[in-house]
Design a protein around this ligand. Structure first.
Ligand code: C2E
Ligand code: CA
Ligand code: CA
Length: 646
């Protein structure tokens, strides 16, 4: 008579029930291959229940028809190997999750399927032959010679998983690596125990161990998922790149950046804005069968797909651009998003994940200026990025070693014919002594936190120049203020300290602001400007005529002068429409009590026309280019001595 100990199976059943409750209660969205894991839990529970049932049907074998026992035991045998097949399939899917080797994955899945089919056939054959188990004439359960074939199949499955893990180890994720370190030895140990003590029913214990290991290790994947959309987070994108690169895989990454999304939130509410982001993530996720999508910034998405050739990669990028040129539905309204795109193809270059992120960010920054708003990262883009990095390095060095120079461009005063004003313009040379345009390095300095240092250098130099010049010779020096400088809480005290240190009247320093600077935090800007004006500093609105050129900016703030941008001036003498606009502006600003500085005057015709039309100041290469301080002082002396007033 068979005697089995059921306590381990009952205990295992309780643990499986707890795992199920946990799984359903928490609704782990991020749990990988949720459905397969769910199937695994259900078959595990089912197999343990069947095992317990079998113990009773075997005890009461005489009171039951033989087929009941045969059926129950055969089903149990099938189910227990089904559990191990599902676990193996689950792990195989996860192992290949970061590997674009679909053929290999299909082969291994095929092997799992064939093994199971073989086992199924064996179970059927067993009904007649009893090679696995049988009931003797006394209806006693007996083990057949091949009773342990199920364990053999489990062993083959484990070996397969170990092989895949070792073969693609660089593309195996951290949780998966952990599972593959723990699972095989534990299963092996428990199986040996079961084989040594067959009377203690312990298969449930093996199953439970596998389920717990999976749950504990993959539960942590939740944090890798974006909380708003169903796509991966920036962190998981980084990890995914590392795994793909580690496995020398070829892939394409597309980045999509949405601009001015704040206005959508503002107009339709944050909830609708969030929903739109969710819709976009969903669309991206469904776009490509082998693709993974991520939200890598607030409104930046990436899609990672296997690279299968130039044509298909271009086609995918076009499909995305095409979709974003169409409207999205927000609360019943069609909205077209302002979007830029960049993509990159990695075919085993020597890059790491951080490099790729940087390449994508840089490509995106270029995409804004392209008509199709798209940049594909290539050799040329890489060279531009290198140049930019060189400039950033050079700026850092220039800050450290005090290599910046401040040059001055004289500004002609039309009424007196004197150069009574100058604009301070910062200069930086590359290592070979060639000038790098501030239009290139100033925006980079703003992005890389160096603008305050550069601003201080210009202010110090302007202060020293004002101290060393006679107000009769040089009335005013103007300096450009960047957004960060103007937002800085220290600006007022810094300027105060500057006037005290160099003993000049604040009305000799003019601060040039652009509309971009003023558009940031309007109440604060106004307060700052009022405070500085009360101290005596002058303000000038720079670059009027480009961008929005909003007249309300001029009305809202009290500028002592407006600088008309060179783009307006350069068409002045030979384009009637430009002349019409500039003339109207001259009248308008004069009526508002502002002086007008015409910038970028390059020809005599422009200068004459502007003078005759009443421009107050002229700045331009026609009169003088920006020059080093010593040269500028000489220029002042020469020119003002020769001016008509003297
Ligand atoms: P901006 O404030 O509009 O400065 C005037 C720019 O126009 C200067 O370029 C000047 O050299 C150029 N310019 C003057 N007359 C002519 C002309 O007749 N024709 C042409 N084609 N250009 C003319 P620069 O020095 O290259 O400066 C470019 C920009 O860099 C400046 O534009 C300003 O926005 C920024 N910048 C320069 N120095 C500083 C600084 O110390 N601080 C900050 N925040 N920005 C600065
Ligand atoms: Ca300026
Ligand atoms: Ca300007």
């Amino acid at each position: 008579m068979n005697k089995w100990f059921l306590s381990a199976e009952l205990f295992s059943l309780i643990i499986i029930l707890i795992l199920m409750l946990n799984f359903y209660e928490r609704r782990w969205r991020g749990f990988p291959q949720r459905k397969t894991y769910q199937l695994c839990l259900l078959t595990s529970g089912g197999s343990i229940l069947l095992n317990i049932l079998c113990v009773y049907t075997i005890y009461y074998a005489w009171e039951l028809p033989l087929w009941v026992n045969l059926l129950c035991n055969s089903l149990y045998f099938l189910l227990i190997v089904a559990v191990s097949t599902i676990v193996a399939y689950y792990l195989l899917r996860l192992l290949f999750h970061h590997i674009y080797q679909q053929r290999q994955q299909r082969i291994f899945t095929g092997i799992l399927f064939v093994l199971y089919l073989f086992y199924f056939a064996l179970i059927l054959y067993n009904l007649h032959s009893g090679i696995l188990f049988y009931f003797n004439e006394d209806r006693v359960y007996c083990r057949g010679p091949l009773i342990n074939v199920g364990y053999g199949i489990m062993g083959i499955q484990l070996l397969m998983l170990v092989y895949v893990t070792l073969r693609y180890r660089k593309s195996v994720s951290l949780p998966m690596r952990r599972v593959m370190r723990i699972l095989p030895p534990i299963i092996l140990l428990l199986t040996v125990y079961q084989l040594l003590y067959p009377d203690v029913l312990f298969n449930g214990g093996i199953i439970v161990a596998a389920n717990i290991i999976l749950m504990v290790n993959f539960q942590s994947r939740r944090i890798e998922q974006d909380t708003l959309t169903s796509s991966g987070s920036r962190n998981s994108f980084h990890q995914e790149l590392t795994l793909r690169l580690g496995g020398h895989q070829h892939f394409q990454v597309i980045i999509i950046s949405i601009h001015k999304f704040g206005s959508i939130n503002h107009r339709y509410g944050h909830e609708k804005g969030d929903h739109l982001l969710y819709e976009i993530a969903l669309w991206l996720e469904r776009l490509h069968r082998s693709g993974n999508s991520y939200r890598v910034g607030n409104v930046d998405f990436t899609l990672l797909v296997p690279y299968t050739g130039m044509v298909s990669s271009r086609k995918l990028l076009d499909t995305i651009c095409q979709r974003f040129s169409q409207p999205w539905d927000v609360d019943g309204t069609s909205v077209i998003l302002d979007t830029t795109f960049a993509d990159l193809i990695c075919t085993d270059q020597d890059w790491d994940a951080t490099d790729i992120m940087e390449f994508l960010d840089f490509s995106l920054s270029l995409a804004k200026d392209r008509p199709d708003r798209t940049v594909r990262f290539d050799e040329a883009v890489y060279r531009r990025m290198e140049q930019r990095n060189q400039i950033i390095k050079r700026m850092q060095q220039a800050v450290r070693e005090n290599l910046f120079q401040v040059w001055y461009q004289p500004i002609y005063h039309c009424a007196t014919g004197k150069f009574a004003m100058a604009e301070a313009l910062v200069r930086m040379m590359d290592s070979e002594g060639n000038l790098i345009s501030p239009s290139i390095f100033i925006p980079l300095a703003e992005q890389h936190g160096l603008i305050n240092e550069i601003g201080s250098i210009t202010l110090l130099s302007a202060g020293r120049l004002l101290e060393n010049t006679d107000p009769e010779q040089l009335k005013v020096v103007s300096v450009n203020l960047s957004m960060q400088q103007f937002m800085s809480a220290d600006l007022v005290s810094d300027l105060q300290a500057l006037t005290e240190r160099f003993h000049f009247d604040p009305s000799r320093l003019k601060l040039e602001l652009t509309e971009r600077v003023l558009s940031e935090d309007i109440p604060r800007m106004k307060q700052m400007m009022t405070e500085l004006q009360q101290m005596g500093f002058l303000f000038s609105l720079d670059d009027f005529g480009i961008g929005y050129s909003n007249l309300s900016t001029v009305l809202d703030y009290s500028f002592s002068s407006i600088k008309l941008d060179k783009s307006l001036i350069q068409g002045y003498s030979d384009n009637k429409q430009f002349a019409f606009i500039v003339n109207a502006m001259l009248d308008l600003f004069h009526h508002m009590g502002c002086q007008v500085v015409a910038e970028g005057v390059e020809t005599e015709a422009q200068a004459q026309a502007l003078i005759s039309r009443g421009a107050d100041w002229i700045q331009g290469f026609y009169y003088a280019k920006p020059m080093p301080e010593a040269e500028f002082l000489q220029f002042l002396q020469d020119q003002n001595a020769a001016s008509p007033e003297n």
